[in-house]
Design a binder for this molecule. Structure first.
Ligand code: ADX
Length: 208
């Protein structure tokens, strides 16, 4: 007989173009949840490419290898109760679906978040200066400019950083996590987080 009950974790997979706000959002939410005592981890495309995925480029094959490796680590963490935020462009739908299947096969949850932002806004923001270079033809195979991005067909959540604040998008995700029972380690934590999320979610544009 099982003496202790350990709940499975969740992979929150943030997909979207470079500069759309995946990392910012993941950091904001993971900080909040960690401060409530939940076990949280983040896996970021830019960071992981310096370590676990060092040497991989941006061909379809390399991008999918990147996604598979990040998915593998996320799965291991999630099946041990961790809430994992993975911020990866992950432009190919099939590779994202494969990660979902492997996570769910382990009994953990997978939440696909499409971090949407129109290309024109990304080009105007150009935080890393990459779009200017990509548009000038200096970076080959740049996602959204000279390489494909397959938008999720049925994401669990859509956030749009061109019309929502980080707080609003974060609240939307926290609310969803609460609704699916992903924050249920301690009932009180879940309730606190959910009511906070509901309070800031009150002002959503329903159009999204
Ligand atoms: S993915 O396509 O393999 O999922 P990942 O999220 O790991 O991408 O890395 C994307 C980051 O790599 C971008 O935010 C950007 O800083 C950098 N980068 C460098 N070259 C490219 C490129 N050709 N396309 C997209 N991002 C690039």
């Amino acid at each position: 007989m099982e003496k202790y009950m350990q709940t499975k974790g969740t992979v929150v997979w943030l997909t979207g173009l470079s500069g759309a706000g995946k990392t910012t959002l993941a950091r904001a939410i993971s900080r909040r949840l960690a401060s409530e005592g939940l076990f949280v981890e983040t896996l970021d495309g830019d960071e992981v490419r310096e370590t676990l995925c060092r040497g991989l480029g941006f061909s379809k094959e390399d991008r999918n290898t990147n996604v598979r490796r990040i998915g593998f680590v996320a799965r291991l963490l999630a099946r041990n109760g961790v809430i994992v935020f993975a911020s990866v462009i992950s432009p190919y739908g099939e590779a994202r679906q494969a990660v979902r299947r492997s996570v769910e096969d382990d009994g953990a949850r997978f939440v696909e978040v499409f971090v949407r932002c129109p290309l024109a806004v990304l080009v105007a923001r150009d935080v890393k200066g990459l779009y200017e270079r990509a548009l000038a033809g200096e970076i080959a195979h740049f996602t959204g400019v000279s390489d494909p991005y397959e938008e999720p067909g049925s994401p669990d959540i859509i956030v749009d950083s061109s019309v929502e604040s980080v707080e609003k998008s974060a609240a939307k995700i926290v609310l969803h996590l609460s609704e699916i029972g992903a924050l249920a380690g301690e009932v009180s934590q879940s309730e606190v987080l959910a009511s906070e999320a509901l309070a800031s979610a009150g002002q959503y544009e329903t159009a999204l």
